[in-house]
Design a binder for this molecule. Structure first.
Ligand SMILES: NC(=O)c1ccc[n+]([C@@H]2O[C@H](COP(=O)([O-])OP(=O)(O)OC[C@H]3O[C@@H](n4cnc5c(N)ncnc54)[C@H](OP(=O)(O)O)[C@@H]3O)[C@@H](O)[C@H]2O)c1
Length: 231
């Protein structure tokens, strides 16, 4: 069976990716900041292995790559992300935007997937799947931005979409498929209880999109139901 590595695997969508791929018999490498405290992750049966991973740290990514050296990975799911600290706020305007938090969000949402993908390239090159899926957001679509606000989150996801396009171009000669996905508005800690869908539905949708992709689809941006999204 194939091997997948999921970042941000201790809760939310990451935890659900682990649950579903493990249930299908995949080997799952679960990256999370605190594996010891990841009770829900530890409770998942199957071929699941937790590893410490902070996507903002070059050292942490290098340590993970060292632990996994020689191990093929078919699919990397760059899922770890951050929207804001504190309670859910939809209107984070100019005045409310904290620039230190803006930088932190870019570190996690934009540079994080870059850092993890680069560190794990030897493992991905050794795998047969050669696929990188980054969980972005339709809030990163400039074409779909009619509401404004959420400067940091929108910018971080627009930027990771650009990073993914570069992955797609640079890695095309090696047969990689690299895409960005919008998971829907999902009932997680980030999405809140008022969101539209459960993590189960979102991840089922994203997994079925990934299962249908070929290298010809690399560089694209998809909704969790498979619909293409505009930049
Ligand atoms: N939920 C939605 O409606 C929605 C919509 C659009 C896009 N998304 C995207 O979907 C992805 C998952 O979101 P979610 O809803 O599952 O969010 P969540 O419930 O808030 O979970 C966020 C996950 O990211 C991890 N994380 C944060 N910073 C990290 C770091 N520096 N290193 C490693 N892991 C880190 C967290 O780990 P800890 O447990 O250690 O904090 C946690 O596992 C994110 O990229 C998000 O932007 C979500």
């Amino acid at each position: 069976m194939p091997t997948v590595l999921v970042t941000g695997a201790a809760r939310g969508l990451g935890l659900e990716f682990v649950r579903q791929y493990a249930a299908d018999g995949w080997t799952v490498l679960a990256g999370c900041r605190n594996p010891q405290g990841a009770e829900a992750l530890s409770a998942i049966g199957g071929d699941v292995h937790a590893y410490p991973l902070d996507v903002t740290s070059d050292e942490s990514c290098a340590a993970l790559a060292g632990m996994l050296a020689g191990r093929p990975i078919d699919l990397l799911v760059n899922n770890a992300g951050m929207a804001r600290r504190g309670p859910r706020r939809t209107n984070v305007g100019l005045a409310e935007t904290d620039t230190a938090e803006f930088a932190e969000i870019l570190q996690i949402n934009t540079i994080g997937p870059f850092r993890v993908t680069r560190a794990l390239l030897p493992c991905l090159r050794a795998g047969k799947g050669r696929m990188v899926a980054t969980v972005s957001s339709r809030m990163g679509s400039i074409a779909l931005n009619v509401g404004g606000s959420s400067y940091a989150y929108r910018a971080s996801k627009a930027a990771v979409n650009a990073v993914n396009k570069c992955f797609a171009i640079e890695l095309a000669p090696e047969g990689f498929t690299c895409v960005v996905l919008h998971p829907g508005w999902v009932r997680t800690d980030m999405g809140s209880a008022e969101a539209d869908i459960d993590a189960d539905e979102s991840v089922r949708g994203m997994r079925s999109v990934l299962a249908r992709l070929t290298p010809a689809d690399s560089g694209n941006f998809y909704n969790y139901d498979g619909a293409p999204l505009p930049w």
